[in-house]
Design a protein around this ligand. Structure first.
Ligand SMILES: Cc1cc2nc3c(=O)[nH]c(=O)nc-3n(C[C@H](O)[C@H](O)[C@H](O)COP(=O)(O)O)c2cc1C
Length: 204
């Protein structure tokens, strides 16, 4: 099958819009590959990666958001070094996006209060774990209190999870975009600031 040539193939001014379209889609669409980026942080022992759910993408402010447990290792890593790196790949569109940024931890503020209200019980359940994520356990365990194992948690009882709920907000500084095409790949680097953006073609 011949690959249709998208507008951005030879026009770098269209790439940033395509990136944000995929990020925005990732926030609302479970089937969009960009919903599940790999997030890389600097641990005390070097690079440290994990998958998260993309919960917010704000083109006007160059901001990406995800939710996490305030007790997780990534919080300590961010406190020591707030540089953050995201990696996305949409298999159908053959687009890889790498993003660099700086992370801010939100805990018990207006942002977390608003987001917690909208968080479904099924997602709140992760924040009910008795021990912090990463705690060594003698037996195989979900970490969730026994009475909730395999059960729906009543909404009132899920409220306690707010104690562990945090949002990582990342201010994006640059994107590296790669588009795979049989005709010839395309790669671009885009620096983004509140004042605007600058795109460069790069050899793939
Ligand atoms: C599909 C998928 C989605 C995930 N979403 C999140 C998430 O939104 N937030 C989060 O903290 N962890 C999420 N995780 C778990 C992380 O990948 C990771 O295992 C966990 O956060 C503990 O890592 P850390 O404490 O070393 O950061 C997800 C994992 C998978 C496989």
């Amino acid at each position: 099958m011949t690959q249709v040539e998208p507008g951005f193939y030879n026009n770098k001014d269209l790439i940033l819009d395509e990136i944000w379209a995929l990020l925005t889609q990732g926030v609302k669409d479970r089937n969009e590959d960009f919903r599940l980026p790999v997030v890389v942080l600097n641990s005390t022992n070097g690079p440290d990666a994990r998958i998260v759910v993309l919960r917010g993408a704000f083109k006007d402010k160059n901001i990406l958001r995800f939710h996490t447990d305030i007790r997780s290792d990534k919080i300590e890593f961010i406190k020591k070094n707030n540089q953050i790196y995201f990696l996305f790949y949409n298999k159908d569109k053959k687009i890889q996006v790498r993003a660099t940024g700086t992370a801010t931890i939100h805990y018990k503020d207006n942002l977390t209060a608003e987001a917690w209200k909208k968080t479904q019980v099924i997602s709140r359940k992760c924040y009910l774990a008795t021990n912090p994520p990463g705690t060594i356990s003698k037996n195989p365990s979900s970490g969730i209190p026994e009475q909730y194992e395999g059960k729906n948690v009543p909404i009132e009882e899920s409220e306690i999870g707010y104690e562990n709920f945090s949002i990582i907000e990342s201010k994006i500084h640059s994107f590296e975009w790669l588009y795979l095409a049989s005709k010839g790949h395309r790669r671009a680097k885009i620096e983004v600031t509140d004042e605007g953006s600058k795109a460069y073609w790069v050899t793939p």
